[in-house]
Design a protein around this ligand. Structure first.
Ligand SMILES: NC(=O)c1ccc[n+]([C@@H]2O[C@H](COP(=O)([O-])OP(=O)(O)OC[C@H]3O[C@@H](n4cnc5c(N)ncnc54)[C@H](O)[C@@H]3O)[C@@H](O)[C@H]2O)c1
Length: 355
């Protein structure tokens, strides 16, 4: 490895969050970008100078001097690009969801193991100060055993582009469950200590998208694509081997009080916690519940109101430089994908399914 870690970014939409994260780190150099649409390079290059620009990711991966890549492509390309990158000897930070199919996710985890390269999934919400403070309380035993979690992400009008790859099941793998649900599922599982899911019941709805309603303010439209073949709301219930359960609700569009809010509520034998994030805000997002001297307590902890992609990227870089296993790992991405897949299967057959 050269004196600096040399990184490439594949996909220059959300890839710009990655570029910003790497640019903060003196031990890293962003040396290349890849995107089929050259118009997209300037999303990054206007802010951060990058010397080499490629219109195919295969070309970027063929560069021997690149140590690691971030992959921020449409979901169906996560698996082929990650597999190609690992085989080319690069460490990979892949955007969520891990893949659109469980089999592909399994191949990605296996390839990372076999090649000895790092595979991290960008569940960036773990790295916010509010999530970290809850995790610390759990690790200190303040919640006892967590036996139930309620997780959700609800938007009033937030379909990210009717007619874009997001709303085409083939390319996205699904609607808000794949897009938003994976984040809150991961948070809940991480808080709960990664219990093993065994049975899942789910339902999906498409009340807005097929009628051309519920689009987001940043929505893109890609002419020539197939319209709306995913859900715009999903609900679910997950049973774990240790007896704990989780309920989930996600929507891109719904008549609700929540414009664009996510939450994870935890119920434990010694205490409880609520994370309530309103429109990506950082203030007043955590409440802890417990008991002291016979009195029920509601507590408002202090934390650093920051985090997200920058911290996730820092963790990826540290794991490479210090040769540690990344967390969230490919396996964490796969655990979430297995639940999402089972929720879709259950929604299709109309009853609970096993994992
Ligand atoms: N972690 C987060 O909070 C977060 C936020 C936003 C997006 N994402 C994830 O990032 C990924 C990308 O989302 P987005 O919003 O940037 O989508 P997008 O459509 O805006 O960007 C995808 C980019 O990939 C490019 N692309 C498509 N096919 C390509 C190919 N074969 N080779 C090279 N480039 C190709 C497109 O031209 C486009 O610039 C998704 O998986 C999404 O789930 C994650």
């Amino acid at each position: 490895m050269a004196d600096k870690l040399r990184v490439g970014i594949i996909g220059c939409g959300a890839g710009r969050f990655h570029a910003r994260g790497y640019a903060r780190l003196p031990e890293v150099e962003v040396v290349a970008l890849a995107d089929v649409n050259p118009e997209r390079f300037r999303h990054i290059t206007e802010e951060i100078p990058v010397p080499r620009l490629y219109t195919s990711y295969e070309e970027l991966l063929a560069q021997d001097d690149i140590d690691a890549v971030s992959i921020a492509l449409p979901n169906f390309l996560h698996a082929p690009a990650t597999l190609a990158a690992l085989e080319a000897g690069k460490h990979v930070l892949v955007e969520k969801p891990l893949a659109t199919k469980v089999e592909d996710g399994e191949k990605m985890v296996e390839a990372a193991r076999r090649t000895g390269r790092k595979l991290m999934i960008c569940f960036n919400y773990r790295f916010r100060g509010d999530s970290q403070v809850i995790k610390r309380q759990i690790e200190a035993g303040r919640l006892g055993d967590i036996y139930f979690a309620r997780a959700g992400w609800l938007r009033q009008s937030g379909i990210p582009g009717i007619g874009s790859w997001f709303t085409d099941k083939e390319r996205s793998g699904g609607g808000p469950l794949m897009d938003l649900g994976v984040h809150v599922l991961d948070l809940a599982l991480w808080f709960m200590g990664a219990p093993e899911p065994i049975a899942v019941s789910g339902a999906t709805y498409a009340a807005f998208g097929p009628r051309g309603r519920g689009s987001w303010r940043f929505a893109r439209f890609e002419p020539g694509s197939d319209g709306f073949t995913v859900e715009d709301m999903a609900t679910g219930y997950v049973r774990f081997a240790n007896g704990a359960t989780l309920s989930l609700e996600v929507s891109w569009a719904s008549y609700t009080r929540h414009p664009d809010d996510y939450y994870v509520h935890l119920f434990g034998t010694e205490g409880g916690a609520e994370l309530n994030v309103h429109q990506y805000g950082f203030t007043d997002t955590v409440r802890l519940f417990g008991e002291a001297a016979g009195t029920f307590m509601e507590m408002k902890p202090q934390y650093t109101p920051e985090g997200g992609h920058d911290k996730a990227i820092e963790e990826f870089v540290r794991c490479i430089l210090e040769d540690r296993e990344p967390s969230p790992s490919g396996e964490d991405g796969l655990r979430v994908l297995r639940i999402v897949d089972a929720l879709y299967r259950s929604a299709e057959v109309g009853h609970e399914v096993t994992i």
